[in-house]
Design a protein around this ligand. Structure first.
Ligand code: HMG
Ligand code: MG
Length: 312
């Protein structure tokens, strides 16, 4: 097969688990990351260095990073494990350590997360969009000085439960600010899954016409209303080749009313392969991981493809 390559950013261990009320044991989180590593995925978002008071589920992200550094999961290809970082305090947890001995390397990639709506910025980061950028600037600078790659997120790219519909120009502006600051890629979050093929197309065209190179964009679509796959199709048709997804469709954002999981990785991979794209992901293996994690945390598997495939 010589289809074009599409990169999948697996966000299950972070976006997927961050919304779980009951704390998922550390060994389950690590096992999820290890199992995902065997499927051919090349990027697996592994946790968040955020305030534990705000998102208790991510409080053990430091242990996850140390584990990944100490015992890199066996994988058929190199895998990057990014962590979310909202401020300098979060970056400290991602940086290489000289003490206590033994010294250890740090994360190779972080992601900062901005909002296209003021209402969500206040809920999620406890500050305005402008203030969030003042806080991101030194984070990005210091990360790049330490050879840590930085990805950017923009949330509420279509509409926000607190601020209403998001003007596409606002998304263009925030996206450009993240790229200008040094992010190598910006992921467009339809946080509450309210986009449809029309609004996503309008947004994509606003970004491209606004001068944002499409190869710097990723789509991060939640599947709350079942539209995530058709919306990914619109991203693909506009030239996007990076998509975020979550195994078994786990997830949601604790600070976004009504947000449920990301598009399921199994469904995304099935769709991409069916239209002739290459992902490098073994659909059957990732479906098995989806079945395992749903069972391990007692959740309904939100993928359609995974259970269908495994039932055959
Ligand atoms: P704040 O309360 O304004 O921060 O929160 P603060 O600086 O006043 O600190 C409050 C306390 O938190 C202090 O502790 C700090 O030390 C501690 P205390 O003195 O009270 O004991 N603290 C930290 N601890 C660990 N790591 C840190 C850190 N920072 C402060 N990095 C803050 C501001 C940004 C910290 C807070 O709002 C926060 O953590 N927000 C994160 C929310 C979050 O993780 N949301 C989910 C991820 S975003 C998402 O899901 C969307 C996405 O998927 C895309 C999409 O779908 O749209 C990416
Ligand atoms: Mg998300």
């Amino acid at each position: 097969d010589n289809g074009e390559f599409v990169k999948i950013v697996e966000v299950g261990p972070r976006d997927g688990l961050q919304n779980e009320k009951a704390i998922v044991p550390l060994h389950t989180k690590i096992s999820l990351i290890e199992r995902l590593s065997t499927t051919g995925l090349t990027v697996i978002e592994a946790g968040s260095f955020v305030a534990p008071k705000w998102v208790p589920q991510m409080a053990d992200s430091t242990s996850i990073l140390s584990h990944l550094l100490r015992s890199p999961p066996p994988a058929p290809q190199p895998v990057t494990y990014p962590f979310l970082v909202p401020n300098l305090k979060g970056l400290e947890s991602a940086l290489p350590r000289t003490t206590p001995p033994p010294p250890s390397a740090g994360a190779s990639e972080i992601a900062i997360f901005a909002s296209a709506s003021e209402g969500f910025s206040l809920k999620n980061l406890n500050c305005s969009i402008d203030t969030s950028f003042e806080r991101f600037a030194p984070v990005v600078q210091k990360a790049l000085e330490n050879n840590i790659k930085v990805r950017g997120y923009v949330s509420m790219v279509i509409s926000c439960p607190y601020s209403g519909d998001t003007p596409p120009e606002k998304v263009v502006q925030v996206t450009k600010r993240l790229l200008d600051m040094g992010c190598y890629e910006v992921s467009l979050g339809d946080t509450t899954g309210v986009g449809n093929p029309y609004t996503i197309d309008v947004l994509m065209k606003a970004l491209i016409d606004g001068g944002v190179p499409v190869d710097k964009l990723a789509c991060h679509f939640h599947d709350t209303y079942g539209q995530a796959i058709v919306n990914c199709m619109v991203g693909l048709a506009n030239g996007v080749r990076v998509f975020d997804s979550s195994v078994a469709g786990l997830g949601g954002c604790p600070y976004a009313k009504g947000a449920t999981g990301n598009v399921a990785t199994e469904d995304l991979v099935y769709f991409l392969h069916s239209v002739g794209m290459k992902t490098g992901v073994d659909l059957e293996k990732v479906s098995e991981v989806g079945a395992w994690i749903s069972d391990a945390i007692g959740r309904k598997n939100n993928s359609k493809v995974g259970p269908a495939l495994l039932a055959k």
